[in-house]
Design a protein around this ligand. Structure first.
Ligand SMILES: Cc1cc2nc3c(=O)[nH]c(=O)nc-3n(C[C@H](O)[C@H](O)[C@H](O)COP(=O)(O)OP(=O)(O)OC[C@H]3O[C@@H](n4cnc5c(N)ncnc54)[C@H](O)[C@@H]3O)c2cc1C
Length: 317
């Protein structure tokens, strides 16, 4: 913990600027909590990495991800949220008010802290995967599967999420190639059973995608290596889904907050309360199951209401 002399006190500190953080800010600002929000390194969150968002209510013609997050920001600002670029480098939740260090130099004390630091999708790390991200490459079947209706796609991954996403995509797409790195799945037996009994999913074991092929605009195929024989083949697909997991952004909270085995923050069911009083968590950082902008926004609203009621109850004592 940095002991910088530059200390500021706030009623409500929001960490993160995705749909959860900005929605929390809108509600907290309108409740006069005078929230301060730190954007982190990815101002606007995960949706700034994508192109079309077609499933967020209120945009009948769809919207580009970065544009939608700009709308969120403007709405949070309109009610007086103090939005600042900076990242939270450490926290100390041992006493109240809670202490938070920003950019390793500035200490803030806060009556309430709303954590909305999200989760980061894991990628294979291929340059071509990055090039076509949002143009045929995706890390979210529920978000982007619809764009590939009736087409052929490939998905990489072998866990429960990959199996679930493959069966979801199989309902929309003509053909789903599922690339599994080893000669078996990591998913539960029930999920593997579902995959193997879906006629339009073809599982290719011992396989690794080595390149995403495209025409400069969109994905047209992938190169696949058999890691046992060294043989390479090309699959003609219009979409490539990477389902190898997400990393919740929670490293700085590990000494203070309860987490599950993969690092997602635990909240008291039906609320956004963590195990520390006055600290709330919302959005993907506490939700590995739904992982949608609208659910993140919904829980951001809950976090602001939980914070407001916590402060009101403290005042009443
Ligand atoms: C490519 C892609 C396409 C998607 N498409 C859709 C879609 O079409 N529809 C849909 O509903 N969902 C979609 N999603 C999922 C959606 O983006 C997420 O569910 C949503 O963004 C989660 O919101 P969040 O606010 O919880 O976190 P995030 O959006 O992940 O935001 C986290 C924020 O926390 C900040 N942060 C992290 N660490 C710190 C720190 N130490 N200090 C300060 N700030 C920090 C980051 O800078 C970021 O601003 C997509 C995701 C991806 C990756």
């Amino acid at each position: 913990m940095n002991n910088s002399l530059e200390t500021e006190h706030v009623q409500c500190l929001i960490i993160g600027s995705g749909p959860a953080g900005y929605t929390a800010a809108i509600y907290a600002a309108r409740a006069d909590l005078k929230p301060v929000l730190y954007t982190g390194m990815e101002a606007g969150g995960q949706l700034t990495q994508t192109t079309d968002v077609d499933n967020f209510p209120g945009y009948p013609n769809g919207v580009m991800g970065p544009e939608m997050m700009e709308d969120f920001r403007k709405q949070a600002e309109r009610f007086g949220t103090d939005i600042r670029f900076g990242y939270v480098s450490s926290v100390d939740f041992s006493s109240t008010p809670h202490r938070v260090v920003v950019d390793e130099i500035k200490t803030i004390t806060a009556d309430t802290v709303i954590i909305s630091t999200g989760a980061t999708a894991k990628w294979l790390g291929l340059p071509s995967e990055q090039k076509y991200n949002g143009f045929g490459v995706s890390a979210c079947a529920v978000c982007d599967g619809f764009f590939f209706k009736g087409q052929d796609i490939a998905i990489v991954g072998a866990g429960d999420t990959a199996a679930e996403e493959a069966t979801y995509l199989a309902k929309l797409c003509k053909k789903v190639y599922m690339l599994v790195r080893r000669d078996e799945f990591r998913a539960s037996k029930a999920m593997v059973h579902r995959v193997l009994n879906t006629p339009n999913i073809e599982v290719i074991y011992n396989s690794e995608a080595t390149e995403v092929l495209g025409n400069g605009k969109n994905v047209t195929g992938i190169k696949v290596l058999n890691n046992q024989t060294g043989a390479e083949q090309e699959l003609a697909v219009e979409g490539f889904f990477v389902a190898i997991g997400h990393q919740p952004n929670t490293a700085i909270f590990k000494d203070w907050l309860d987490m599950d085995e993969t690092g997602y923050l635990k909240t008291i069911p039906g609320s956004t309360k963590t195990n520390v009083e006055g600290v709330f968590a919302c959005g993907d950082v506490q939700d590995h199951y739904y992982r949608q902008a609208v659910t993140a926004a919904g829980s951001g609203c809950m976090a602001a209401l939980d914070a407001e009621r916590y402060l009101a109850a403290k005042e009443a004592v």
